[in-house]
Every structure is written in C-alpha cells, then in structure tokens.
Design a protein around this ligand. Structure first.
Ligand SMILES: N[C@@H](CCC(=O)N[C@@H](CS)C(=O)NCC(=O)O)C(=O)O
Length: 202
C-alpha cells in the first residue's frame, strides 16, 4: 500500500488511521506546493494534484474520506466504526462527513486569504467571514463534545480521523477556541496518541 502524503495536510488523516491499525505502508512524501504535484505523472493519480492519494494493488483512490472508509471497510476488522445496529452509527456518519462538508470549506478560504495569497490580493471581508463561519462550525463540535471524549462517545471512530483532524488543524492555524472549552482537551487527546504523532511526522 502506498500513501501520497504531505505533512500538515489531510494525508495525515490516512497515515493516522494506518498507524492505528498497524498496517504497513509506503509513503511518497511531498511538501505542499511542490511542482512535482502538478506533473502529468502525479495528475494521473489525482486530477487536481493534491494529497492524499492511496494506492492499494489495483486500487487508486483520492478524497481523504473515501480513503478512510475504504481502509476501514477492507482492513478495519470492525475497529473505529460503530455497529450499524446502534444509534451511534448515524452520529458516526454525520461527524465523519462534517469535516469536508462544514469545517474545511471556511478553513480553505481562511488559509487562502491569510497564507497562500500575496498580501496585496487578500480580502479582509473574506478573512472575517471565514473566521465567523469556522467559529459556527466548531461551536457545534464543541457542544457535541460536552459530555463525550470523542465525537461519537467514549471510543475513537473514523469520525475523529476526519472531523477531529479538522479541529486539530483549526487550532494550529490559530483559530480562537477560548469560547469553546471542550475543543482544546479534545485536540490534546487526539494529538497525544502515538499513532497521530507518527502520522504527523512522516
Ligand atoms: N477533499 C479533498 C481535499 C484535498 C486537498 O485539498 N488537499 C490539500 C492538502 S490538505 C492539497 O493537496 N493541496 C495542495 C494544492 O492544492 O496544491 C480530500 O479530503 O482529500
């Protein structure tokens, strides 16, 4: 199995899961912005030249959520997914997809407008709107974590690899969490895991 990876990217979600499952994998490492990610050879793996991409035998897959679901279904042996018979399963789906559906869109705008664009092309109103939206999205996560260790209860699930990682990234980009007291301990709980640390430093 081969993971196309960059530090501080969504590829960490996949590496983290592979580390938790103790699955052997090869890493092809990029730095975000590498021109190699725009070469035809890599564009054949990911049409937008992004990470992560997973290769597993004949299978080639992009989209971090799809990759996480693929690995869990094929190699997870039931770990990190609540039973379909339990009410947790619906919660699991909701918080799994919340990352790309709700948190990452305003985070993308925030990163583009504060880091990627040269200062003269940044728009203050976009920065403010993205911070406001991110705050709203993270507030719902904070409320959900009021009485839970992880997004779906007392056990780590696939939802944490997705939305948990998005919360970690929000904190790293300096998003204010002072009015969301359940988020910093949650971030600490995730980032103290050895598998998370190994995945972050490939
Ligand atoms: N929805 C996609 C997003 C992939 C994505 O945007 N990856 C970013 C890193 S987190 C990337 O590769 N950016 C490099 C670029 O745009 O050149 C996923 O979840 O896999």
């Amino acid at each position: 199995m081969k993971l196309y990876y960059a530090q501080n990217s969504r590829a960490v979600r996949v590496a983290w899961l592979l580390e938790e499952l103790r699955i052997d994998y090869e890493v092809e490492k990029f730095n975000l912005g590498d021109s190699a990610m725009r070469e035809p050879e890599y564009l054949a793996r990911h049409p937008m030249g992004r990470v992560p991409v997973l290769e597993d035998g004949e299978v080639q897959l992009f989209e971090s959520g799809a990759i996480i679901q693929y690995i869990l279904a094929k190699y997870g042996k039931g770990r990190f997914v609540p039973s379909i018979a339990s009410t947790d399963f619906a919660d699991y789906l909701q918080w799994f997809h919340y990352a790309e559906g709700m948190i990452m869109p305003p985070m993308n705008t925030y990163v583009v407008e504060t880091i990627l664009l040269p200062p003269e092309r940044r728009t203050e109103i976009n920065v403010k709107r993205s911070i406001k939206l991110l705050g709203q999205m993270l507030k719902a996560v904070n409320t959900n974590l009021a009485e839970k260790e992880y997004l779906v209860g007392s056990e780590l699930t696939g939802a944490d690899f997705m939305t948990g990682h998005a919360v970690v990234m929000s904190q790293r980009f300096g998003i204010d969490m002072s009015d969301k007291p359940h988020l910093p301990p949650y971030v600490e709980r995730l980032t103290l895991r050895q598998a998370f640390q190994r995945a972050s430093t490939k």
